[in-house]
Design a binder for this molecule. Structure first.
Ligand SMILES: O=c1ccn([C@@H]2O[C@H](COP(=O)(O)OP(=O)(O)O[C@H]3OC[C@@H](O)[C@H](O)[C@H]3O)[C@@H](O)[C@H]2O)c(=O)[nH]1
Length: 374
């Protein structure tokens, strides 16, 4: 009987040991170099990739997220790490923290998500941004605002330069997003002028990659999931509208470079690699080798007809340009969604961690067991 009890205890100890969390090894920064950084929307698609990079670089990171579109599992590999903190918070109510930098990313970004609750979309970008600028003023932190290519609306200038004022419908289904992002840019300008706040504005163009939600509804995740399941690929309108797609790691490089630069006017961050939506559907279908057919649906109201960033400013000021080709980026994304489709139980995890980042900047790493190489 004693023997049995010892065996049971040994099993319990082993189970507990197996459950122990291991973290990717982060760089050590001294207190002089280590920053305390708030990432609003840090559990979202772009936010979580940014958090990975800031953590690996050795900073203290606080994520504030209301989990409207963000997910705990995007950042769960950092929960418990001494440099990391997750706050379940909706920034429409003020937040009092002591930080050096704020990456203000909180906002639904996919058209079906931001149109789902347009009042909330307006609130997060207006009241939420005022609250974050107020926080920046109180603690004298620098704030980077994640603006969007949608400030150009349905552009009549192509490619879009930062000096173009845009062609936005102020009264339509997209206006909750486009106009609230525009007013947020105006708020950043006003706070910089009136209160001396250090601000950065990234106008982010279409971005894709692992950790996009299965229900995201944007074109990349829709087409990849449809092609993988041999379901009809839904093209809105005639498919002749264009978009230019950047892989998420390029965007993260750009965001960090912009934050740490001395450039305080709006800057485009995107990949000028432009496709019609019809071409893009065929491309994804071919890479996957899918039998899916193309299905043409009604066009969306006010859907921009063309979009491509002019990235001269980012090249000049940040020495930044996108590195990941569409083939590389799509392969990683397709692999991620393939794994997502295999998950049937909560215990089957599909945690994505970008391993290539672990090997950059000489960071020595321990890779958590659950993380799948893509
Ligand atoms: O299933 C789909 C989804 C989308 N589309 C089309 O594909 C194009 C791209 O649509 P997405 O929904 O991916 O993204 P949009 O370009 O409309 O908006 C995006 O712009 C830049 C960012 O700020 C935001 O992430 C998002 O608002 C649109 O023309 C859309 O009509 C389809 O044809 N089929």
């Amino acid at each position: 009987q004693q023997e049995e009890r010892i065996q049971a205890l040994e099993k319990r100890i082993k189970d507990l040991e197996d459950r122990q969390q291991t973290f990717p090894e982060v760089k050590y920064l001294t207190y002089k170099d280590r920053k305390r950084i708030l990432v609003t929307g840090g559990a979202g698609f772009v936010g979580s990739h940014l958090v990975d990079r800031l953590m690996l670089e050795g900073h203290e990171v606080i994520v504030a997220d209301n989990f409207f579109t963000g997910r705990k599992r995007n950042i769960e590999h950092w929960i418990g790490h001494e440099n990391f903190e997750l706050v379940h918070h909706d920034i429409v109510t003020p937040l009092f923290l002591e930080v050096d930098q704020i990456y203000h990313l909180a906002s639904p970004a996919s058209p079906p998500h931001y149109m789902y609750n347009p009042v909330k979309t307006i609130k997060v970008n207006s009241i939420g941004t005022i609250n974050m600028l107020g926080l920046a003023r109180r603690v004298r932190a620098r704030l980077l605002f994640s603006s969007t290519s949608e400030v150009y609306g349905d552009p009549e200038v192509h490619p879009q330069t930062e000096s173009y004022f845009g062609n936005v419908n102020p009264f339509g289904p997209r206006s909750c997003y486009d106009e609230s992002k525009r007013v947020a840019e105006a708020m950043c300008y006003a706070y910089a002028q009136q209160e001396g706040i250090s601000i950065r504005i990234a106008r982010i163009f279409n971005t894709y990659g692992p950790r996009m939600h299965m229900n995201d509804g944007r074109v990349v995740s829709n087409f990849v999931l449809q092609a993988l399941q041999n379901e009809p690929i839904t093209i809105y309108g005639n498919g002749q509208q264009t978009r230019s797609f950047q892989y998420v790691s390029d965007l993260v490089d750009g965001l960090i470079a912009l934050m740490n630069s001395n450039y305080s006017k709006p800057m485009n961050l995107g990949n000028p690699d432009e496709y019609t939506i019809e071409q893009f559907a065929t491309k994804i279908k071919d890479i996957i080798g899918s039998k899916a057919t193309l299905e043409y649906k009604d066009a969306l109201v006010d859907d921009p007809k063309q979009r491509r960033p002019d990235i001269t400013l980012a090249k000049t000021w940040l020495n930044w340009s996108p590195k990941v080709t569409i083939a590389e980026g799509l392969n990683k994304t397709i692999e991620y969604f393939r794994n997502e489709l295999l998950v049937h139980h909560h215990s089957e995890r599909n945690l994505f961690f970008p391993k290539e980042w672990l090997h950059s900047s000489g960071i020595k790493t321990t890779i958590p067991k659950d993380h799948k190489e893509l």
